[in-house]
Design a protein around this ligand. Structure first.
Ligand code: TXA
Ligand code: MG
Length: 314
């Protein structure tokens, strides 16, 4: 059994220890003003894959990337004048903005689950801010709870939910808001409220001067649109043990292909490479794509979920 997570009371030494883990590609549970987040280096696919492994998420939802100042946001997303007004009004704070991802931005494909937009937030909590600065990375962080369970607002909730699946928990006491951030997709003529939260529609309209439309549950664009958005243009064949005529084979383990998710059969590496590998198929000369079988265990369940959606008839 892996060792119990180290729970550290928040101070400078704890931040340094947590930042060292982040730079080594490990996830760390850290308080924000909303809920505890499970943070990892957003620039590293393998680090982000370890978030999914710890949460036991059966599929890849896109994650929020946390930054400490506006200059960092500008390196990742296109900040329109409307987005700047919202950032001026509510950052640092419990508002997440969904904005166009800049081409070549240093964000692992697994963070956005292949979307062309990125959710960014500048948190107000000193622990999360200090961790971003000390690790020198933008931090991807979903709420620090097991998949399908309620969010954690205390270090003890994190320990109960994720236990030894996280190496370290920074204990900053109870979170101030206890409710996840408001998520808004920003366009020039309107805002779309993707998740209600501490900052309400009236406050968003006031600060932006734009109308807010509410996207109701079930039509949330991110997870809902994933399958159609991310499906590659070419037909996809799963559980392929060999290459048929005209196919581009994505291998795994002993099955070598034109490309591989992980030659050593490592699921963390495979998750980290999945969206990049699918992207690469867009520009190859092939009539179809085949993917080697991925073991249906651990992160393999999430990988197979994404592959099944990408292969679904449309
Ligand atoms: O308060 C919070 O936002 C907390 C703290 C840790 O910052 N984080 C949080 O993350 O609640 P999570 O992963 O539990 O929820 C993130 C939500 C998901 O519902 C996801 O679908 C949505 O953000 N999301 C992420 N990227 C998106 C995108 N590009 N477009 C639309 N929705 C997106
Ligand atoms: Mg959550």
């Amino acid at each position: 059994m892996p060792p119990a997570p180290q729970t550290l009371t928040l101070d400078d030494a704890a931040i340094d220890a947590a930042a060292a883990l982040i730079r080594a590609g490990q996830p760390v549970a850290v308080p924000t003003e909303t809920v505890y987040g499970l943070a990892a280096d957003a620039t590293s696919g393998e680090a982000v894959a370890r978030i999914y492994a710890a949460k036991g998420r059966p599929s890849f939802n896109p994650l929020i990337v946390h930054i400490a100042n506006l200059a960092e946001a500008e390196m990742l997303v296109e900040l329109s004048p409307v987005a700047r007004r919202l950032a001026d009004a509510f950052w640092p704070g419990p508002l997440t903005l969904v904005l166009p991802l800049l081409e070549g931005a240093p964000v692992a494909g697994l963070v956005t689950a292949g979307l062309s937009t990125l959710a960014v937030r500048m948190p107000a909590h000193p622990a999360m801010r200090a961790l971003i600065i000390a690790s020198g990375r933008p931090l991807a962080a979903p709420s620090a709870n097991a998949s399908g369970k309620i969010s954690a607002t205390r270090a003890s909730h994190v320990a109960a939910s994720l236990g030894e699946r996280v190496p370290m928990i920074l204990d900053g006491g109870a979170t101030r808001l206890g409710l996840e951030s408001t998520i808004v997709a920003v366009a020039e003529d309107q805002l779309r409220l993707l998740r209600p939260g501490p900052i309400d529609a009236a406050a968003l309209e006031m600060a932006s001067g734009l109308p807010v439309t509410t996207v109701h549950d079930g039509t949330i664009e991110a997870p809902g649109q994933l399958s159609s958005h991310y499906a590659p243009a070419k037909p996809l064949r799963l559980d392929a043990v060999d290459r048929r005529d005209g196919e581009w084979l994505i291998g795994f383990g002993a099955i070598a292909g034109d490309d591989t998710l992980s030659a050593r059969g490592d699921l963390v590496e495979a998750a980290a490479r999945l969206f990049d590998a699918l992207h690469r198929t867009e520009s190859v000369q092939a009539s179809g794509i085949a993917v080697a079988p991925i073991p249906h265990e651990g992160l393999g369940i999430a990988i197979n979920d994404r592959l099944a959606r990408a292969a679904a008839p449309r």
